[in-house]
Design a protein around this ligand. Structure first.
Ligand code: CO
Length: 292
């Protein structure tokens, strides 16, 4: 088979090792995109999608931010895997974003480049029935169900684009870890104040029944006020539930945090130690203190 990924023309000096991942990277274009191959899904894939969707929908209705629920419902994908080309057209109309289909995790440079150009990478394969609750590599359920609904919201969508531009620059300057943590604690695991309640908008939460229940109902994790610089030097782990969640006031607040000059971020954080997971610091606004 024709392997085009080695001809990738973007800035990928790290020698990204695709053999670590599950997807078929041998058919990637230079921008790491692939065809979804919608006809290639089996009946069992659609059945599993329906099961995941049906399990998560009541949790989403109870715990997700209103904008997420509205966005999800507009895609009408409860009956089977979404046709990403069609979904992309709808997204394009609403917020001028598009979906680009990828075989799985792609290198950060092209990932950020897609975001900076209002394209969200969505993986084309679905987890297996043995991985219903949680999986380490993001699949189409995480990427589409978790991420795409909120991209229908213009302010959030603008934030993600600005984030992509900043992250590209941060990568060049070698300070991308700050920006990776920002993504983690917002786009993946963010909470939001909404009409006197706290709701979830992060994709890592809303694509997982375990993390949805844990973030919302467990007495263990802290809910802390959003503070971009604090978040940027807070330790995170990808393989455990979060000991702290950060609660934004609005998507506008997220967008405005992208206006902080990167030099200010670097000056303030370059010599600062990482805040430990679950640690509360003096400047934190504690919304709910966890008991662990
Ligand atoms: Co994600």
């Amino acid at each position: 088979m024709d392997v085009t990924i080695n001809n990738f023309t973007g800035n990928n000096p790290t020698g990204f090792d695709t053999s670590r991942f599950r997807g078929n990277y041998s058919i990637c274009q230079d921008d790491w995109s692939v065809d979804q191959d919608y006809a290639g899904y089996q009946a069992a894939d659609h059945a599993l999608w329906r099961q995941l969707y049906a399990e998560q929908l009541p949790l989403v209705k109870q715990y997700a931010a209103a904008e997420f629920i509205t966005g999800l419902e507009s895609f009408d994908c409860s009956d089977g895997l979404p046709d990403l080309a069609k979904a992309s057209q709808l997204l394009k109309k609403r917020s001028n974003w598009e979906i680009v289909v990828v075989p799985g995790i792609i290198p950060v440079q092209p990932f950020f480049h897609h975001l900076a150009n209002r394209r969200f990478p969505v993986t084309n394969w679905l987890r297996t029935v043995d991985e219903l609750g949680y999986l380490v590599e993001p699949d189409i359920f995480h990427d589409f169900f978790g991420h795409v609904p909120l991209l229908m919201n213009k302010v959030f969508a603008d934030f993600v684009q600005e984030y992509g531009k900043l992250a590209l620059k941060a990568l060049e300057l070698g300070v991308d870890s700050f920006y990776s943590r920002l993504f983690w604690f917002t786009v993946e695991f963010g909470l939001i104040h909404e009409n006197g309640e706290v709701k979830a908008y992060g994709a890592g939460i809303l694509s997982s029944p375990i993390e949805t229940n844990y973030s919302m109902n467990s007495t263990k994790p802290h809910w802390l006020g959003y503070d971009m610089l604090r978040i940027m030097h807070t330790d995170n782990r990808i393989d455990e539930l979060q000991p702290n969640y950060f609660v934004i006031d609005s998507y506008q607040q997220l967008f405005e945090s992208t206006l902080v000059p990167m030099q200010k971020v670097i000056d303030q954080l370059k010599d600062v130690r990482l805040i430990e997971r679950g640690e509360i610091i003096a400047s934190d606004v504690v919304i709910k203190k966890g008991k662990d």
